[in-house]
Design a protein around this ligand. Structure first.
Ligand SMILES: [Fe+2]
Length: 211
């Protein structure tokens, strides 16, 4: 296995959009493609899992996302191990920028596969930190903002394959542009970094950070 530094095409850096910090880093395109293929190979297994509570109405247009709480990408695909470490490096960089100390936290991680015409509707997560890895999402964008509806003040983030983005979660709404490539699906990995008190036996939370 390569050293983590060999997977980083760009080390983490911080950019602010309004009151929101975003940590960005980029992993190699070759690694992104391995993660793209690995997700697609597992797609049917994931679609066979029960839908996560609250996702019933959009499960049809978000078949993999709608099962996000039923597995951990890190437990079913060994190829995700460098991603786990890259997320942690990038998250620690964000903590440092926020002048926060590492704390006992867990992570849940799933993947999203969207085909032509599909998109993720506007939503937010209740957890302190959220993030996305673009395995293959070039040509699409995600809008982030503090309001439930799209707004002119939204930060619009175009996706680059290999890009890792982490930001703060609560009331940080986001939605994706509809995917338009009929030949090749959009594949991203998404994750929540959650407080120790969020841990429960209904979701796949893995130990991630420690004080
Ligand atoms: Fe999300």
């Amino acid at each position: 296995m390569l050293a983590l530094s060999e997977y980083f095409a760009e080390p983490p850096h911080i950019e602010w959009f309004g009151d929101r910090p975003f940590a960005f880093s980029r992993l190699s395109r070759e690694y992104a493609e391995r993660l793209e293929k690995a997700a697609i190979a597992k797609e049917d297994d994931i679609k066979a899992l029960p839908v996560s509570p609250g996702w019933e109405t959009v499960a049809e247009i978000n078949p993999t996302t709608a099962r996000f709480s039923r597995y951990s990408a890190f437990l079913i695909m060994p190829v995700t191990l460098p991603l786990f470490f890259a997320i942690r490096e990038t998250y620690w960089h964000l903590l440092e920028a926020l002048d926060q100390k590492p704390a006992g936290r867990f992570i849940q991680c799933w993947f999203n596969i969207h085909r032509s015409g599909q998109s993720l509707p506007r939503h937010h997560h209740v957890y302190p930190f959220i993030g996305t890895f673009s395995a293959h999402a070039e040509g699409g964008e995600t809008r982030y903002g503090n309001s439930k509806q799209e707004s002119d003040s939204d930060a619009i983030m175009p996706h680059t394959n290999g890009q890792l983005v982490i930001t703060t979660g609560p009331n940080h709404y986001h939605n994706t542009s509809p995917w338009t490539d009929a030949e090749r699906p959009r594949v991203t990995y998404a994750f929540d970094i959650v407080e120790a008190e969020n841990w429960n036996t209904r979701q796949f939370f893995l130990p991630f950070d420690f004080a």
